[in-house]
Design a binder for this molecule. Structure first.
Ligand SMILES: Cc1ncc(COP(=O)(O)O)c(C=O)c1O
Length: 400
């Protein structure tokens, strides 16, 4: 029976014919998912990993992306979240209860520490801080539930003793969660990273960085190989209504095929910058896990290869330079833009005052203000030139 034009428009057939094939998977956008009949409605199990019931649980687009992320990281089960930080929070909210102890590396991503401090204040979770390169500083008790690992750590880029820390955690029945954003599943396999086939329990990945690669999308993932852990996380994910947009998932999916090439290119560029930065007299320390003098270098060498060291390098300025001087330097850069994040096409710079960021004493990092460079996809020679020009600005100021 002929319907009114408005109804015809809304109910027009939408399925592509079977023979249509495209390079990228089709994009599904959904809040409502339409059931074929009441049988399908009553037989659904929303706790199934690939249940199609409602947009928050997922669509073929988000499941495809999650499968790919899990595969890249060496995991089996996945959940996606609207940012890296919300993926971190999902793990904390799922496993930490009143009276539980959680250990965090002193160089952990700052907002994770802030989130945990908030849980400590409001819900009586106890937060303990360890030195990532000193296994002895991690002293689990029978209250310890979780340890957060990050390799390499944020800003100061020390590579932790992953082998030692994971072995100790396992011996004490402590869950291990790794922020895998730096390694991106490329630098090492978090689920099989030593000759003894050690594995962390959970990885969290800020897909905002290398997987997105554009500097324009926020997203996070939580990956495990353990079905039981995954189901705990799955429930927490579902009841908190954590979900991502199909459009964002399709964009990240599109970037995944070039991720390894971008990662390797940015790693190589960072190594070139590292060599050059080490020769500049304005810096008293250059921090990069592939540098022999950087803390945790041997632990990095144990599990990563040279071409897989990401695109981040930090420098500590000679203490004779004031904050004003460092601001002058940063403002004089033209290719490096002042901004948070990394993994995109544009190189970024950010300045930090370590004294305000760390809980423990750090004899391995020299005093002075620190600047982190995040290498984009520009030619490394141009990036070096940009820093050289900005340094000249700084030197000029010293003579005035
Ligand atoms: C190591 C690390 N983990 C997690 C995050 C959080 O990611 P997002 O910005 O997507 O919340 C960041 C962001 O800078 C990060 O550097």
């Amino acid at each position: 029976m002929k319907k009114n034009p408005q109804t015809e428009l809304i109910h027009a057939p939408r399925k592509a014919p079977q023979y249509v094939s495209t390079v990228q998977p089709p994009l599904y956008r959904a809040s409502t998912i339409i059931f074929e009949n009441t049988n399908a409605l009553f037989n659904r199990h929303w706790t199934d990993d690939y249940d199609y019931s409602y947009g928050t649980h997922g669509t073929p687009t988000t499941f495809t992306l999650g499968d790919n992320i899990a595969q890249i990281e060496g995991g089996l089960h996945h959940l996606l979240a609207p940012s890296g930080l919300s993926a971190i929070n999902l793990v904390n909210a799922c496993f930490l209860n009143h009276g539980d102890e959680v250990w965090v590396a002193d160089n952990i991503y700052g907002p994770n520490m802030e989130h945990l401090r908030n849980l400590e204040k409001r819900y009586g979770v106890m937060v303990k801080v360890y030195n990532p390169i000193d296994v002895d500083s991690f002293a689990p008790s029978n209250k310890t539930k979780l340890i957060w690992l990050e390799a390499a750590g944020s800003v100061t880029l020390e590579f932790p003793n992953l082998v030692g820390l994971v072995k100790k955690a396992q011996a004490h029945n402590v869950l291990t969660a790794l922020d895998n954003t730096w390694g991106a599943g490329i630098a090492f396999n978090a689920f099989d990273f030593s000759t003894e086939h050690l594995s962390v329990d959970i990885t969290v990945h800020a897909l905002t960085k290398y997987p997105s690669g554009g500097g324009d999308i926020l997203m996070g993932s939580v990956v495990t190989r353990d079905k039981k852990l995954h189901h705990q996380l799955f429930r927490a994910h579902a009841i908190q209504g954590i979900s991502i947009s199909g459009d964002d998932a399709a964009q990240v999916q599109r970037s995944l095929s070039s991720m390894r090439l971008r990662y390797e290119h940015q790693s190589r560029s960072a190594l070139q910058l590292l060599d050059w930065l080490k020769q500049q007299k304005q810096f008293v320390q250059v921090l990069h896990p592939a540098d022999e003098q950087s803390s945790g270098h041997n632990y990095w060498k144990e599990i990563c290869t040279e071409q897989h060291s990401a695109g981040l390098v930090s420098v500590v300025f000679d203490p004779k330079y004031t904050l004003e001087d460092i601001r002058t330097f940063c403002d004089a850069l033209t290719l490096f833009k002042l901004g948070f994040s990394w993994g995109g096409p544009v190189s970024l710079v950010m300045l930090y005052n370590l004294k305000e960021m760390r809980v423990l004493e750090h004899s391995h990092i020299k005093t002075g203000l620190l600047v982190r460079f995040c290498i984009g996809l520009e030619h490394p020679a141009d990036l070096i030139q940009d820093i050289e020009n900005a340094l000249q600005h700084l030197n000029k100021q010293q003579f005035e």
